[in-house]
Design a protein around this ligand. Structure first.
Ligand code: TMP
Ligand code: ASP
Length: 252
């Protein structure tokens, strides 16, 4: 196969030039990192699962009118996406206390929050993605006030959709992170949900047992990560075909 032009390589994905202008191919690697890549491993099959799961969530969002960059899945590890200009923010929505919120505010893990709390981190690995306020975002011109109004509304719509989808299969959406990008259509700009939505970027707990089914399994050495992600995929009915149970078949 002809070599494609690599546009960007991140910790868990690679972006290649797409077949048509305005498109990119997003490749899901098996690499797992945590704590700003201080902890690293290769988890066989993670990329295949995240490709499928992100396809599932993004397709659902597109269907309910929440625009995303997702166009179609190409194969086991790749999807075709719209090229967009990523707003340099990690947009986090929290429903229950976990992770950095518990550390920062001393709230016990699992406490239900009075309402969904939206936080913004500036996307900069060298700085460890620091928490920022809308004041920083406006003052440094990372996004306009109109953008931020749209970002907030998109984040809350994604939260409602994801919470409902997960609740239906007995999983609590504790929190998640999304990234949002700008696509230009003529003189107009539109915001779309970009990057990925997967157990790498969400906290997912079994409602009955509290079992963690997300990247905290890797961050905190709680067991087998692909087993956890496979369980999410199985419950949602998005396991790759012919895959038996735990491990996806690695073809393509
Ligand atoms: P936090 O509690 O560590 O701030 O994480 C909040 C949510 O964001 C959680 O669902 C995990 C996700 N997340 C990422 O997707 N990427 C990251 O780099 C970090 C730190 C968190
Ligand atoms: N994705 C981030 C990293 O590697 C952090 C995390 O998800 O915990 O470093």
């Amino acid at each position: 196969m002809a070599r494609r032009k690599k546009i960007y390589e991140g910790k868990a994905k690679i972006l290649y030039e797409g077949p048509e202008p305005g498109t990119l191919v997003q490749y899901f690697k098996d690499d797992a990192t945590a704590f700003n890549a201080q902890k690293k491993d290769v988890i066989e099959g993670k990329g295949v699962l995240n490709n499928r799961l992100s396809e599932f969530f993004m397709t659902g969002l597109n269907q309910i009118g929440v625009p995303t960059h997702f166009l179609k899945r190409l194969n086991m590890r790749e999807q075709l996406v719209r090229s967009c200009e990523i707003i340099p923010l990690e947009i986090i929505v929290r429903n229950y206390a976990a992770g950095s919120l518990t550390q920062r505010l001393g709230i016990a893990e699992g406490t239900q929050l009075p309402r969904p709390i939206v936080e913004y981190c500036y996307k900069d690995d060298a700085l460890g993605d620091p928490l920022v306020t809308e004041e920083h975002i406006a003052a440094f011109g990372w996004a306009s006030q109109q953008d931020m109004d749209d970002v907030l509304s998109l984040a809350l719509r994604v939260n409602d959709f994801m919470s409902g989808v997960m609740l239906a299969v007995g999983i609590r959406l504790v929190d998640f992170k999304i990234e949002i990008g700008r696509v230009y259509e003529g003189d107009f700009q539109r915001l779309v949900v970009a990057d990925e939505i997967s157990p790498d970027s969400c906290r997912l707990w079994d409602i009955e047992t509290g079992q963690k089914l997300d990247k905290d399994v890797f961050r905190r050495d709680l067991g087998n990560l692909t087993d956890a992600y496979s369980e999410v995929a199985r419950r949602l009915g998005v396991m790759p075909k012919n895959s038996g149970h735990a491990k996806p078949t690695l073809i393509n």
